[in-house]
Design a protein around this ligand. Structure first.
Ligand SMILES: *Cc1c(COP(=O)(O)O)cnc(C)c1O
Length: 453
């Protein structure tokens, strides 16, 4: 059978990319620098040194086009990379579309998502710089479990501050974190000043990502042997994800295909960067390829947020990043795509939206779950709620092709499976799921908290 008609396109282990691609080398104008929260002057390496190892701080501002992937990282990538690229023959038939649909599947990683691509790299550079222990926050547990896995592989300690509501309601990812030997506490915890003071005000606090960030940062900043790690948003995190798009490009080439459209979901922007950034040089060279970012109507950062300097956390203690933001005081509705409930967006993605290189679309969660179920019933894989947004956008594109009769080639990122998200499906099947759109007056109110810079 021709590779171009295959269902699954695989690469050999020897074809795992040897370098990460750094889009900062090609972005003109470059992104604006992070600002110190006190002085509002550009933040320097020293401002980040208590939290991150120097090697990662260097990657954050590097304009080098390719960064070599260390052997130790490649060796761990081999546990699940290269990941498969699929041709969605069955979905295409169900949609009766002339479009060709491909998807890159990162659900085969140990943690079940794309997140280990950066977790392993971050654990490696930390270890190399003498870090013994890493702290982080996690919402539903996807990032916490990926970092726990990576630290275990590197022989390091890991402590995860998990949003209390999820800790008690979604115990399976918590147990995965423990299975990989990390410790996990419900946040707010009694282990930090930030956690204790929230608990004094509200002993029943369900926690939030903002609170958990404050705890993880305080823990890292107050111990010499400990650093902090972030699973999205920052430049180096997005760069580590570019193994995904580089592999996909090679796999499509072997099927004689090149995408007209690339689709991904956006929370902080890392999986979207992973699949699209390696195609940026082609786009800048004049190749006709569109990038579509799919987000929830309940957290419409790119479609309704403002492109401005804002804090990364609720408390307003992190450096300011120039990004699309709904305001750092924004509290999203408790929708089921937990990974897409962040007020901000990666500065690199934001800049590319501003330059017109990326289009953004927002979807209601019921239409997203309808797409997820159609995908499960055709392609078999049960997707996580986050990439189900990308599936919804892909189906819309494929149906537009049916209207117009165009045989476009669509590539989307299936960045994780939904095996730990079945309570969300249950809510959809029992008709308990409701659609939220973020009200305009709340957008305006939260924007008042954005500092004037
Ligand atoms: C964390 C996560 C996301 C959101 O984060 P990005 O940085 O935008 O990729 C999306 N999908 C899955 C499966 C995740 O685990």
């Amino acid at each position: 059978m021709l590779v171009s008609e295959s269902t699954k396109i695989l690469l050999a282990e020897s074809e795992i990319p040897s370098h990460w691609y750094n889009v900062q080398a090609d972005l003109d104008p470059p992104i604006d620098p992070a600002l110190h929260p006190g002085t509002l002057q550009p933040a320097g390496p020293d401002d980040f040194a208590p939290l991150f190892p120097m090697s990662l701080i260097g990657q954050e501002v590097s304009r080098e086009r390719y960064v070599e992937i260390p052997d130790e990282v490649l060796d761990i990538y081999r546990l699940w990379r290269p990941t498969p690229l699929y041709r969605a023959h069955r979905l295409e038939r169900a949609l009766d579309t002339p479009a060709r649909i491909f998807y890159k599947y990162e659900g085969v990683s140990p943690a079940g998502s794309h997140k280990p691509n950066t977790a392993v790299a971050q654990a490696f550079y930390n270890k190399q710089d003498g870090t013994r222990r890493i702290t982080t926050e996690t919402g539903a547990g996807q990032w916490g479990s990926a970092l726990a896995f990576a630290c275990n592989q590197m022989g390091m300690e890991c402590k995860v501050y998990m949003v209390s509501a999820s800790y008690w309601q979604k115990p399976y990812r918590k147990s995965m974190i423990e299975a990989w030997g990390a410790s996990v506490v419900p946040s707010p915890s009694v282990d930090t000043n930030a956690g204790r003071s929230i608990r004094e005000q509200d002993p029943e606090s369900p926690g939030s990502l903002g609170i958990a960030i404050s705890e993880a940062v305080e823990d890292a900043a107050t111990r010499d042997d400990t650093k902090y790690s972030l699973g999205s948003v920052l430049n180096h995190v997005l760069m580590h994800q570019t193994v995904v798009g580089q592999e996909a490009k090679r796999q499509m080439e072997s099927a004689d295909a090149f995408p007209d459209v690339i689709v991904g979901c956006v929370g902080g922007g890392s999986n979207f960067a992973g699949i699209t950034f390696p195609f940026v040089p082609d786009k800048l060279a004049g190749r006709d390829v569109r990038f579509i970012a799919a987000e929830p109507q309940a957290c419409p950062t790119l479609t309704r947020g403002r492109f401005a300097y804002d804090f990364g956390d609720t408390a307003g203690t992190t450096p300011l990043l120039k990004m699309h933001t709904l305001g750092h005081t924004f509290v999203p509705n408790p929708i089921h795509a937990g990974g897409l409930r962040y007020h901000g967006m990666a500065p690199l993605i934001s800049q590319m939206v501003d330059l017109g290189l990326i289009e953004a679309r927002a979807f209601h969660q019921r239409s997203v779950f309808a797409a997820a179920v159609q995908f499960a019933r055709t392609e078999g894989i049960v997707p996580a709620p986050e990439p189900a947004h990308a599936i919804k956008a892909t189906i819309d594109e494929a149906l537009a092709c049916k209207e117009s009769g165009e045989a476009k080639t669509i590539l989307f990122h299936l960045c994780g499976h939904g095996h730990f998200d079945m309570s969300a499906y249950e809510s959809y099947f029992s008709d308990a799921m409701v659609d939220y759109a973020y009200p305009e007056e709340e957008v305006s109110r939260a924007m008042e908290s954005v500092p004037a810079v």
